[in-house]
Ligand binder design. Structure first.
Ligand SMILES: [Zn+2]
Length: 136
């Protein structure tokens, strides 16, 4: 097996796992109060990242924000190949939070979702957000 970044040219930075510089983790952070992120003080654009230097839309200052865990599915798929530690099949979806940004979530079961189906973020697995269908 070839080790990433060793012995061949690569466009990816190797990362600290193979002796390179640490690479920033851009995944959203879940706290008890909700999903931590930022919101623009001018245009109110929501972002799922903390500590942004400015609004990605209008370049105005941003302030810390906490978003609710619930939202509706924008898109979903069932992945049929192994990715990292995950073994197929597993579900992935983009979730439009009710009061916030669109985030990538892993599903607690490998299912395709209807457009707009209600989801709720129920936890974190190894830094990835996990969501399940909202109970009616
Ligand atoms: Zn803005």
């Amino acid at each position: 097996m070839t080790e990433l970044g060793v012995g061949r040219p690569t466009k990816r930075r190797a990362g600290s796992a193979v002796g390179g510089l640490p690479v920033a983790d851009s995944r959203p952070v879940l706290a008890d109060a909700g999903l931590l992120g930022s919101r623009c003080t001018e245009c109110r654009y929501p972002a799922a990242q903390q500590g942004l230097p400015w609004c990605p839309v209008c370049y105005s200052p941003v302030e810390p924000a906490t978003f609710r865990r619930s939202g509706s599915a924008w898109s979903s798929t069932v992945v049929a190949i192994p990715v990292g530690k995950r073994r197929p099949p597993f579900g992935l979806a983009y979730l439009d939070l009710d009061d916030g940004p669109r985030v990538l979530v892993y599903l607690d079961e490998p299912v395709l979702l209807a457009l707009g189906e209600r989801l709720e973020i129920c936890g974190v697995d190894d830094g990835d957000l996990i969501a399940k269908k909202e109970e009616a």
